[in-house]
Ligand binder design. Structure first.
Ligand SMILES: [Zn+2]
Length: 444
């Protein structure tokens, strides 16, 4: 299994630190607003990463945090006359609702900054003790100059960064690149610390949490490409300063989502919230996985529509196959994989093994739809149909797609039989009435 490691810019064979276990951490949202469809991309993609590792037999320890202390959370709390905790609770709840809508599991460890404050403070204290950080009037800054290969992840050179940072004149810092670990402030929620009353900067929470939860280096660190610099670069710098490691063996970054080929922008009205999508969410999930995760993905209403239709077709073929066996009480027949099904399965797994190429995997899902349609048209194909259903189930489980098809009830079956009889006997009015009934029950 190969992963494109953004730290080395190479496709690398995946070798876990602990056999059969994958320890992974994905930077989560700052909870001051509803998530938009761009925020949903990592929520969907890294959920698929977890699912695929589990499919391969790994135990996956998946952690993704909530940033519930931040300028944006404080501003929102002041605006809405709520406490920071109330703002965070509201949008964490909304986040879980949206994650479930798009088919991602929410059963993972989701630490909050407010719960890890003592770990964050002691992490910063250790950086100060080791002289990698310094205090100025209650603020604490990280000494970037002490990290030889600062810029290793984002491929930036310190000289160029310095050039760019000159505009941001902060005479309190020794070096314009030094970043804030602790901020002395009396605005919004604050905590006491050895450096004075204040709150942490953004970059320490993830390393402190990873340290606490995993006890050291993890296998995979993920997030959106827009936080590669400075956030992930600064995580690496801090972990190097304390432990001499870069905290993760593999770094994975997903590309951005654009709307109408342009960057999403709230001020220009180019933003779509997940909760406002008035489409089938499974269709959206399919769309989101239809482009390789490292590439940017372009959203338009038409593109989404085509995936919603695609999902409809997939679901319909699955449903027809499932019900055709169910109506004959043949759901438990032995499955018999045909060479065509085997070929589709191999290509799907190959795509997933090759840096989670969900785009190619979805092509195989479409091939499965086409092939199953052919089986459906033939008679005496129960065993192959059963194998096709099993393969659908595997693909759905890995991609996190839910067709929502369950066994027919006795009443459903009776109506269906009656409908089939009416059709056979050319009782058209009766057949039409029964068809409507079956449609209402979601069977046809
Ligand atoms: Zn982070």
């Amino acid at each position: 299994m190969r992963i494109f490691n953004t730290l080395t810019n190479k496709l690398e064979e995946f070798v876990p630190i602990h056999e059969d276990t994958v320890n992974m951490y994905v930077c989560g949202p700052t909870v001051y607003n509803y998530i938009h469809i761009g925020n949903a991309r990592p929520v969907i993609f890294f959920d698929v990463v977890r699912r695929y590792f589990e499919h391969k037999g790994y135990t996956v320890n998946f952690v993704s945090n909530f940033t519930d202390v931040d300028d944006k959370v404080i501003t929102k709390a002041l605006e809405d006359e709520m406490s920071e905790l109330e703002v965070a609770n509201k949008f964490i709840e909304a986040f879980y609702r949206d994650a479930q809508r798009v088919g991602s599991s929410t059963k993972y460890l989701a630490p909050r900054v407010t719960e890890y404050m003592s770990s964050i403070i002691s992490y910063i204290e250790r950086l100060v003790e080791k002289d990698y950080a310094y205090q100025v009037d209650g603020d604490v800054y990280f000494r970037v100059g002490k990290i030889d290969d600062y810029g290793i992840l984002s491929g930036r050179k310190v000289e160029d960064l310095k050039e760019g940072a000159r505009i941001d004149v902060n005479s309190r810092k020794e070096n314009p690149l030094d970043f804030t670990l602790w901020k002395s402030t009396d605005v919004g929620i604050t905590w006491p610390s050895p450096f004075g009353e204040g709150r942490p900067g953004w970059h320490t929470e993830c390393v402190a949490m990873i340290n606490d939860i995993f006890g050291g280096k993890i296998d995979i660190h993920g997030g959106g490409s827009e936080i590669k610099f400075p956030h992930h670069e600064n995580e690496i710098a801090q972990a190097k300063a304390l432990d001499g490691t870069n905290i993760a063996n593999y770094w994975m970054h997903n590309g951005q989502l654009n709307i109408d080929d342009k960057k999403m922008s709230k001020s220009e009205g180019r933003i779509v919230l997940v909760k406002d999508l008035d489409h089938d969410y499974m269709g959206f999930r399919l769309f989101s996985l239809s482009t390789h995760y490292r590439s940017p993905i372009n959203y338009t209403d038409d593109i989404l529509d085509s995936y919603v239709k695609d999902w409809d077709r997939t679901r319909r073929v699955y449903k027809q196959s499932y019900y055709s066996l169910d109506l004959k009480d043949a759901l438990e027949v032995k499955s018999e994989q045909t060479p065509e099904l085997k070929g589709i399965e191999l290509k799907f797994m190959d795509a997933m093994d090759n840096d989670f190429n969900t785009a190619n995997a979805i092509t195989e899902l479409q091939n499965l739809v086409k092939y199953t349609n052919q089986i459906l048209r033939k008679s005496d194909t129960e065993h192959a149909l059963k194998a096709a259903i099993e393969l659908f189930d595997t693909f759905f489980r890995i991609l996190g797609l839910d067709p929502g098809v369950t066994k027919l009830s006795a009443t459903d079956k009776a109506i269906y039989m009656e409908w089939a009889d009416a059709r056979r006997n050319k009782e058209f009015d009766k057949a039409d009435r029964l068809r409507e009934k079956l449609q209402e029950r979601g069977i046809l």
